[in-house]
Ligand binder design. Sequence first.
Ligand code: KG4
Ligand code: ZN
Length: 358
Amino acid sequence: MSKLLALETSCDESAAAVVELREGRLHVLAHRIASQIEEHAQWGGVVPEIASRRHVEALPHLIDQALDDAQLSIPDLDAVASTVTPGLVGALMAGSITGRTLAALHDRPFVGVHHLEAHLASVHLADESPEPPYLVLLVSGGHTELIRVDGDCSMERLGRSHDDAAGEAFDKVARLMGLSYPGGPAIQDVAVNGDSTRFSLPQGRVSKPGGGFYPYDFSFSGLKTAMLRQVEACKRAEEPLPLADLAASFEQVVVDVLVQRSLRCCVDQSLSTLVMVGGVAANQRLRRCMHAQGSQQGVAVHLAPLAYCTDNAAMVGAAAFQRLHWSAMCGFSSLQLGVSARWPLENCAPLYQSNPPF
Ligand code: KG4
Ligand code: ZN
């Protein structure tokens, strides 16, 4: 097993990639993405029906382009992998059916991949791949989680957001500031020349029922409300919004919270490696701060390559290889494996076994 075709269609990016495992390292031979973001932006969020249709339209061309880029055809490949959970069911179905059909027609094995496991595997596409055990900060549009990964693919969630995910907070705050979707890159651009100390914003802690706080959990709803208050105050005073300073202050507080709690969790768990993946891991301020503070605390920081932070198919290929090569318990998925809107990351193994869980 050395080369595979991978497909990603869980939300609003259609993507195809060809990934190779050579001399123990993953190589992306081709990766193509067709983003639907502009089309969904006019509706203020992802419209599931439009997403499914666009995936169906885009996939044949993307697969063709990826194979062309890699100068390969399907018989040259050893397997086909598609994201099967979590995500929008119709969208997942487009990639899953395409993947399973290609696998069946060309008599190749199929691997149905968990989208979050794919984000976690994206770090193995970097030049230096970390060895478990390590802590992963997964920060995307739908998730903000701290996950301990040990050898044999076992995972344990140690921290999470109790309300919005960090990416969702970026998107919602950008919207109330009148910036475009997706909010993360928009806020990052505007924040570049801003004063990050101008506005004092709350760090959002989650109280324990018996007193104190959950040390590794997150809450972004208070921060979002504080940003709304600032925007409203400017509007009432009929002053122009200090966009750069607001964006920089917001970005800095999100970065501080993510960096401090992740590193504290690492140190408390006696882990010396931290991995950061997911769309928000593309944030430049976050990448800089995590590196700087990690090295001060003796924690080696591994970041997913920038191109593979936001949704893509190369990370799906990486997860498939990881399951096939680094986990003795798992193999290929059944062609009967369907799709599911939700599935816990901690219980991924049944996806890669002959008896499908959905
Ligand atoms: O991982 P991803 O592509 O999709 C999910 O699986 O959710 O993440 C998308 C999220 C969006 O919320 C987007 O605003 C955020 O990642 N994002 C960023 C940046 N680039 C994307 N957030 C902060 N800074 C960025 N540069
Ligand atoms: Zn994602």
